[in-house]
Write a protein that binds this ligand. Structure first.
Ligand code: LRH
Ligand code: MN
Ligand code: MN
Length: 393
């Protein structure tokens, strides 16, 4: 075990200070499984109230200054007004997530649908989301296409790729300067035979064809068991094609559990590759976003825990002695190299992260601070009839 030197401590703290983790509006609403949405007391009834909860998470952690929106789950008439509400609450509106997966019309797909009328409708929704992003000041259009087929022969796999490319081109060309399109992939669900964007390679190929403002979005829950996600992260960063993350944890599939709880070691390995690839540099625009559902646990503390988990994994990744690691690697010292990595992983960084919070004028224990704040009691009393406006609605 090595001690953390004062200078390394300072470096880690300064990089952590710059780490911004976006929380998703839909994680504050009621959610559940395919079998049951579980209602919790005090959940938001409006997009404004979701923003208020996200702002509370930021107030206590100092690390979650923006909230992602899902359209139409968060639809309002006055987007500039919603952005002003967020600003007043102390945060910003972040990525805009279109929704082309919850209407009967999309049974056979959205922008890959064999029916040109339905493709038009889906593409128009994506274009509307670009406009919303312009009005909210959001810089990211975060796209997930639920399209695919369930049975061999159901549709023309190749034609669906052509339709996908056509729609993406139209959306990309409509984006203003400074906006990025991040294309999320998922290897299964809701379709089970083919997904039209099943993997990072497909996303990469479409993004590369579109241009520099299109990049791949890695949702950590969207891989087959055993997939080496840090390899994907390393590869994409090297190619300049990693746009951001949807962090969450999984045991089996797209579980959407709290990041860093199912497999903290994986999160550490990811953050190590992120740092190795320059993703924590001051000029990096890599987007760290959470995409989670808190079905049975209280939502605001769950979100705070998610933020602290990412911070702790990042701190550990930053503690890797890169000189010692390189020497061991170059010497072919297999066990030595692994030991350098594990040494950082096994370091208890909680005191360091708590110290950073104190430096920032925050409570060193944000969950305890939340419990003391009375916020939960207040929202439970005020928000009667909170509904499921997010995933699982
Ligand atoms: C799909 C997904 C995608 C959606 C979100 C609610 O599984 O990860 O990002 O927009 O869940
Ligand atoms: Mn996602
Ligand atoms: Mn998902």
């Amino acid at each position: 075990m090595t001690e953390i030197s004062p200078s390394r401590r300072a470096t880690v703290k300064s990089i952590l200070r710059g780490l911004r983790i976006e929380t998703p509006s839909w994680a504050y609403g009621n959610s559940g499984t395919r079998f049951k949405v579980f209602a919790q007391a005090g959940v938001p009834r409006t997009p404004q109230e979701k923003i208020d909860d996200a702002a509370k998470v930021h107030e206590l952690t100092g690390a979650a200054p923006s909230v992602a929106l899902h359209i139409p789950w968060d639809k309002v008439d006055d987007w500039a007004g919603l952005a002003a509400h967020a600003r007043d609450a102390g945060i910003e509106l972040g990525a805009i997530n279109p929704n082309v997966f919850q209407e009967d019309d999309y049974k056979l797909g959205s922008i890959c649908n064999p029916d040109p009328g339905i493709r038009r409708k889906a593409t128009d929704h994506l274009l509307e989301c670009v406009e919303i992003a312009e009005q909210t000041g959001s810089k990211i259009l975060s796209m997930w296409v639920a399209d695919g087929t369930n049975y061999p022969g159901q549709d023309d796999i190749r034609a669906r790729q052509d339709r996908l490319a056509t729609a993406l081109r139209e959306v990309y060309d409509r984006m203003p300067e400074g906006m990025r399109l991040l294309l999320e992939y998922k290897f299964f669900e809701p379709a089970f035979y083919t997904m039209d964007v099943p993997d990072w390679g497909t996303s990469y190929a479409h993004c590369a064809q579109l241009g520099p403002a299109a990049q791949v979005l890695v949702d950590t829950g969207h891989h087959a068991p055993g997939t080496n996600i840090e390899f994907i992260v390393s590869f994409l960063l090297r190619a300049g094609m990693l746009g951001g993350f949807h962090f969450n944890s999984r045991f089996y599939a797209d579980d959407d559990l709290i990041v860093g709880l199912a497999d903290p070691f994986q999160l550490f390995r990811l953050m190590y590759e992120v740092n190795r690839g320059g993703g924590l540099a001051a000029d990096s625009d890599l987007a760290f976003m959470l995409d989670q559902c808190h079905n049975i646990e209280p939502k605001i503390p769950a979100m705070i825990r998610s933020i602290t988990n990412v911070q702790e994994a990042t701190a550990k990744a930053l503690l890797v002695d890169t000189d010692a690691l390189r020497s061991a690697q170059e010497a072919g010292d297999v066990l030595g190299a692994n030991e350098v990595l594990m040494d950082a992983y096994h370091t208890d960084v909680r005191p360091l992260v708590a110290e950073l919070r104190t430096d920032m004028g925050l409570d060193p224990d944000p969950i305890a601070a939340y419990r003391r704040s009375g916020y939960q009691q207040r929202i439970e009393a005020e928000r009667v009839g909170g509904n499921a406006m997010g995933w699982g609605a």
